[in-house]
Design a protein around this ligand. Sequence first.
Ligand code: ZEM
Length: 303
Amino acid sequence: DESKVKVATLSDIHSFKEYQQVYNDIAKKIEDEDDFDVDGSAGPNLVRLAWHSAGTYDKYDKNPHTNGGSYGGTMRFSKEGGDGANNGLAKGREFLEPLLKKYTWLSHGDLWTLAGVVAIQEMGGPKIKWRPGRKDLSEEYQAPNGKLPDAAQGPDYVRKFFNRLDFTDREMVALIGAHTLGRCHVTSSGYDGPWDFAPTMFDNGFFTQLQKGVGSGEGQWHLRKWDGPEQYEDNNSNSLMMLPADMALVQDPKFKKIVDEFAASQEAFFNEFAPAFQKLLESGIHFPKESKELVFRTLDEQS
Ligand code: ZEM
């Protein structure tokens, strides 16, 4: 049954030093390959890879074959990897492939979640506690398609979606704050553009932009006129974007209060985000009591 399959296996776990070495290799590769995407860094793609590997989890589904989560690294198979929501992530998976060759003991789930942690920390984000022990599962464990969120939806959908993953309002608002990173690619999602002006910096920029809301004044948001999917564009530069599901966070009064708090205080955002991201990456996995939370040093801290 469920409680016996997705268990972090302490016997296969390596030393902190070895995981820090994997961390460093990923961080250096991000630094070296600075033409990965329009904005340079592979970091945003790797954060999205970590999130999509985990965000399939369904707490209401007790069947380990279908209830998703990052444990089994099943996005490597064609059904889950081919879910439209995962368009663009093959690039991140290929980027990480050499690490699997070098560290043959590392599972896909551990690698992809660790890479998300590396990317966030190296781009200036908070320290994320991380635990190893995921194991590759066979293709019978692929999450069904359609388990990742629909960007065209509003507040009720967003709340219900993240309740399925067991998150509170504060946690879900904080998690979506990861849209401070990266951009939408027409070729992947059909949407277009970045959310803030520093897409390779993990800060509270998503909230300071979003807070301005929809309207006609300076710095506010209007619907973009184009033949792509419905998205918002900012009045000042016409170069930033918001998804309908982002705008949901200022349409719902409970969400809006939290957006205001995170826009006013990056520290409040980081304090909420770090444990929520750890929880996301550990969704549906049973960690034995003795499993240690690892906190990695950034490349800067080691130099
Ligand atoms: Zn995203 N996200 N996301 N997200 N996301 C995109 C890109 C990125 C939603 C969504 O539809 C989209 C979370 C939540 C939600 C990142 C991290 C996290 C894109 C653009 C879309 C359409 C993909 C493309 O075209 O390349 C929706 C509807 C969400 C919830 C309601 C959470 C939670 C995240 C992490 C904690 C990141 C980093 C990107 C940028 C990727 C890149 O390649 O630049």
